[in-house]
Design a protein around this ligand. Sequence first.
Ligand SMILES: Nc1ncnc2c1ncn2[C@@H]1O[C@H](COP(=O)(O)OP(=O)(O)OP(=O)(O)O)[C@@H](O)[C@H]1O
Length: 296
Amino acid sequence: MKQAMIIINPSSGKEEALAYLRDVQEVLEEQGYQTSVNETAKEHDATAFCISACEDCYDLVVSIGGDGTLHETLNGYMDQAHRPKLGIVPLGTVNDFARALHIPLDPDEAIRTLRSTRLKPIDIGLINDRIFANVIAVGMLAEVLAEVSSEQKSKLGAFAYYKEGLKRLVNSPSNHLIIEHDDETWVGESPLFVAALTNSVAGFEKMVPSASVDDGLIHCFIIKDINFFNTLTVGTSLLLGNLKDHSDVVYFTAKEVRVRSEESLSTNIDGEAGPSLPLHLRILPRHIDVIVPEED
Ligand SMILES: Nc1ncnc2c1ncn2[C@@H]1O[C@H](COP(=O)(O)OP(=O)(O)OP(=O)(O)O)[C@@H](O)[C@H]1O
């Protein structure tokens, strides 16, 4: 019998995640899966559960929760020879990954999508020795994004990031960054460096319109030292989808990126606090098969 492991964060989805569990089990059992349920209680639990699903050769892992739970689940795939396919029921505030994969943001519709037979092989990012699903930020803004409280996020959604982010970017000191990518090196002052794997960053589906989940590329933005006026135009470019063309933005794609600085800088990975510099970013192309809707 096929085996499916459900990894569920009961605290996600405004603490109502468990209300969806029975429906997920029904949809999977309908398809001949035997299901086991693992509730997370704290950080890293989802990673440990997913490691055991890989080691025990499960056919499917379903992550029910926000981007944090998904990020931790994906980390369980690290260095695994057997990688179960992945189903996603997004219950977070932003759900960048689901957005990028066109998985419905409505939980009931996302559960119905688990019936889909279409699998999409997706790229996974490596930051030093761990996995990231979608986005890395370096600089003061990285700190502020991690500080946006769950209450703020629930109340304002992606707008909380936008508002807090722009407010902070105006006053951000620039940092001296050395960014090596493939065969080139950029050296300069920047208040913010962002590397993304998908088109959706902090809920902005137009941040990287050209990025797709399986293009094998890391999409990088270096925001150059900017004043208040330009902060607003950067904000508008973010909404319109032409950020990469902004005169204060350096955009490039790469398969491998190294970021260094003399200064001690905060980083943010997939919305949570990340390691300090130096960073070594790489890509594992088409590494995990994700269940996506039959049609985009
Ligand atoms: N039972 C739990 N109670 C509290 N926190 C948990 C629990 N289980 C896991 N966590 C932690 O909660 C973090 C955030 O969870 P997740 O992203 O799934 O939900 P969310 O906060 O509702 O989503 P979002 O951040 O998009 O609003 C996870 O990275 C994990 O470390």
